[in-house]
Design a protein around this ligand. Structure first.
Ligand code: ZN
Length: 68
Protein backbone atom coordinates (compact mmCIF):
# COMPACT_ATOMS: atom_id res chain seq x y z
CA UNK A 1 0.00 0.00 0.00
CA UNK A 2 1.29 3.42 -0.97
CA UNK A 3 -0.47 6.66 -0.33
CA UNK A 4 -0.23 9.34 -2.97
CA UNK A 5 -0.83 12.94 -2.02
CA UNK A 6 -3.24 14.71 -4.31
CA UNK A 7 -4.74 18.16 -4.44
CA UNK A 8 -8.32 19.00 -5.23
CA UNK A 9 -8.40 21.38 -8.23
CA UNK A 10 -11.63 22.94 -6.92
CA UNK A 11 -10.86 23.80 -3.29
CA UNK A 12 -7.10 23.02 -3.17
CA UNK A 13 -7.55 20.66 -0.24
CA UNK A 14 -4.74 18.06 -0.07
CA UNK A 15 -5.60 14.47 0.72
CA UNK A 16 -4.18 11.01 0.08
CA UNK A 17 -5.22 8.18 -2.20
CA UNK A 18 -4.06 4.57 -2.00
CA UNK A 19 -2.47 3.83 -5.36
CA UNK A 20 -3.44 0.17 -5.07
CA UNK A 21 -7.08 1.16 -4.96
CA UNK A 22 -7.11 3.91 -7.55
CA UNK A 23 -5.95 4.03 -11.13
CA UNK A 24 -6.08 6.45 -14.03
CA UNK A 25 -9.60 7.62 -14.96
CA UNK A 26 -11.08 6.47 -11.63
CA UNK A 27 -13.54 8.81 -10.02
CA UNK A 28 -12.90 10.32 -6.61
CA UNK A 29 -15.02 12.58 -4.51
CA UNK A 30 -13.19 15.37 -2.72
CA UNK A 31 -13.64 14.91 1.06
CA UNK A 32 -13.69 18.68 1.50
CA UNK A 33 -15.95 20.11 -1.23
CA UNK A 34 -17.50 16.88 -2.65
CA UNK A 35 -16.32 17.75 -6.16
CA UNK A 36 -16.50 14.88 -8.65
CA UNK A 37 -12.87 14.33 -9.69
CA UNK A 38 -10.99 12.07 -12.07
CA UNK A 39 -7.62 10.50 -11.31
CA UNK A 40 -4.82 11.13 -13.78
CA UNK A 41 -1.39 9.53 -13.57
CA UNK A 42 1.57 11.55 -14.72
CA UNK A 43 5.17 10.40 -14.20
CA UNK A 44 4.08 7.95 -11.50
CA UNK A 45 2.26 10.68 -9.60
CA UNK A 46 -1.44 11.09 -9.12
CA UNK A 47 -3.21 14.25 -10.19
CA UNK A 48 -6.86 15.13 -9.94
CA UNK A 49 -8.88 16.77 -12.66
CA UNK A 50 -12.45 17.94 -12.80
CA UNK A 51 -14.91 16.59 -15.32
CA UNK A 52 -14.83 19.98 -17.00
CA UNK A 53 -11.07 19.78 -17.63
CA UNK A 54 -11.43 16.32 -19.11
CA UNK A 55 -14.05 17.41 -21.60
CA UNK A 56 -12.06 20.53 -22.34
CA UNK A 57 -9.02 18.38 -23.25
CA UNK A 58 -11.12 16.31 -25.62
CA UNK A 59 -12.54 19.40 -27.27
CA UNK A 60 -9.03 20.78 -27.73
CA UNK A 61 -7.82 17.57 -29.35
CA UNK A 62 -10.66 17.70 -31.82
CA UNK A 63 -9.95 21.33 -32.49
CA UNK A 64 -6.32 20.63 -33.41
CA UNK A 65 -7.07 17.81 -35.86
CA UNK A 66 -6.15 19.20 -39.23
CA UNK A 67 -7.57 18.04 -42.50
CA UNK A 68 -5.57 17.94 -45.70
ZN1 ZN B 1 -12.31 19.90 -3.05
Amino acid sequence: MALMKVKCPECHEEFELDNNEYDEHDRVECPECSADLIVKVKGGKFKLATDKEKYFDEDLNQFFVEED
